[in-house]
Design a protein around this ligand. Structure first.
Ligand code: 6LW
Length: 501
């Protein structure tokens, strides 16, 4: 198989699912509390992917207004049946198991049909020979007195239109004995039905296992070499590999897309970007898959961008808000992004915030804020407890800029006064020295800088380990953007420059 870029889709894009139709690939990932939900990436060569749509363009399709952090949109499966695209997903601690349809994945998706009777997560969708839809899922109880109970991999025939199961669930497999058998996918390949799962949990112990049967309903016999893919106990640069989905690659071979992390620091401890989408190749030996290790191959081309709101007619697909529609946070008005404060701060569940995924390990985010009409700033966020902010507000003395490092239970601030006028805010993550020192243990340092006219100040340099999936114990990743805390601050542009150093 060709050596595809790895990560295939950089930045927080976990639980990837992919389908190939008429030589075109469509890939979807999880979005948790963010809106719009469930990005669709399209490719015709499997190497270059374009973000062409979001399944949930309106919060009413996913209902994540009240979901707890860590809940929300979990683990989509995208498939095509009889010319109609289907995407099934769990809105964890929210709507439950929901299926969306579209004739073109790059177009509009349906409002979503709740499937009653699927008590679990990570639903997969397949059809048996007579066209009956089958949902195979991980029996994790997420709400109620039994929350946390795991009942293994389960399955039911369903009526997708009526939104209900057609039978009581059957148990299929509990995996190889590792924790959390999840992310099941059912595939028909030659005379076998294969049931592929993730197990071991989405952290360092993650892996992919598989079993097969002559029937989609089992019984399933496990692959003696399970887990056939895992990075556990290796010092590979890509860790936590698991939660995969199989697809035919352009050359006819089999590819697996899966999640993984790129931890940094002398002991490979901290993953700033969270779980990203990677790819590896599969060879079939005696009817069982044999996987190549997941090799790091960062893209050569630059991922840098600058968005000038004077030239942007509307917010592009990459902008996300937290538990609310982006349009309720900000609009592009008179050549600037006007972000409307509503009494919230970055400590809130639904901040007046718009952000984008960090795409590279080392990153420089910057923006220009005009505080004449309000206060706000630039931030890098994991969640309402974990965020690094650089905030500006106009006063009689000038523009007061405040750097803030907020982590669970701890907060520190640094302030400076700049001359009145538009202020440029910078949050730069810089790599750590390659050595065996305290400084080298972390993933990076985040430097808070601000400039007005010829005056520039560096307010702070803070350890970046707190903005990592491991320290924040998070399913997401770094999301950087702009926010408002009072009035309606106006942002002239937003820029990202990065490298994978
Ligand atoms: C996903 C499940 C998982 O549904 O985390 O840890 C959930 N494993 O497979 C969210 O990514």
């Amino acid at each position: 198989m060709t050596d595809y870029p790895n990560p295939l889709i950089p930045g927080f894009n976990p639980d990837p699912s992919v389908v190939r139709v008429d030589g075109v690939y469509y890939l979807a990932t999880s979005t948790f509390e963010y809106v719009p939900g469930i990005p669709i990436y399209r490719s015709t060569d499997f190497a270059n992917w374009e973000h062409v749509a979001n399944v949930a363009t309106d919060i009413s399709q996913i209902g994540v207004e009240e979901v707890i952090t860590g809940g929300g949109v979990w683990a989509p499966t995208i498939r095509n049946h009889d010319g109609l695209f289907h995407l099934i997903v769990t809105i964890a601690m929210g709507r439950g198991c929901v299926v969306y349809t579209a004739t073109d994945p790059a177009g509009e998706w349906s409002q979503g049909t709740l499937i009653e009777g699927i008590e679990g997560i990570d639903p997969d969708l397949a059809w048996d020979e007579d066209g009956t839809a089958i949902v195979t899922y991980s029996g994790l109880v997420t709400v109620g007195p039994d929350a946390g109970l795991h009942t293994g991999i389960r399955q039911s025939r369903v009526d997708l239109v009526a939104g209900r199961t057609l039978e009581a669930p059957r148990s299929l497999w509990a995996g190889s004995g590792f924790k959390f058998p999840e992310a099941p996918h059912l595939y028909r390949r030659s005379d076998w039905w294969y049931l592929m799962i993730a197990e071991g949990g989405t952290e360092r112990g993650h892996g992919v296992s598989i079993a097969r049967s002559a029937s989609p309903y089992g019984p399933f016999d496990p692959n003696p070499a399970n887990p056939f893919l895992s990075a556990r106990s290796t010092n590979r640069p890509i860790q936590n590999t698991g939660h995969g989905d199989l697809v035919e690659a352009p050359d006819g071979s089999t590819a697996i897309v899966l999640l993984g992390v790129r931890p940094r620091g002398a002991t490979q401890a901290f993953s700033a970007l969270g779980r990203e989408t990677f790819v590896s190749s599969i060879e079939w030996v005696d009817g069982w898959p044999v996987a190549e290790p997941v090799i790091l191959r960062p893209r050569e081309e630059s991922l840098d961008y600058r968005i000038d709101f004077a030239e942007a007619a509307e917010l592009d697909l990459g902008w996300m808000a937290v538990r609310r529609n982006p349009a309720t946070v900000a609009t592009i008005t008179d050549g600037a992004l006007a972000v409307v404060a509503d009494g919230t701060t970055m400590d809130d569940h639904r901040p007046a915030f718009l952000g984008r995924r960090q795409l590279t390990q080392t990153a420089a985010f910057s923006t220009e804020i005009d505080t004449a009409s309000g206060s706000g700033g630039l931030t890098v966020r994991y969640d309402e407890l974990t965020h690094y902010d650089l905030e500006a507000r106009a006063t009689a003395e000038g523009v007061v800029v405040t750097a803030r490092a907020a982590v669970p239970g701890i907060r520190q601030e640094w302030s400076a006064v700049l001359p009145a006028g538009a202020v440029t805010l910078h949050l730069d993550s810089e790599p750590t020295p390659i050595s065996f020192s305290a400084e080298a243990m972390t993933s990076d340092f985040v430097v808070f800088r601000a400039r007005s006219g010829d005056t520039e100040v560096t307010l702070a340099r803070v350890d970046g380990r707190y903005l990592s999936a491991e320290t924040a114990a998070s399913f997401t990743g770094r999301v950087a953007g702009v926010y408002a805390v009072a009035g309606t601050p106006r942002f002239g542009w937003f820029a990202f420059a990065g490298s994978n150093d």
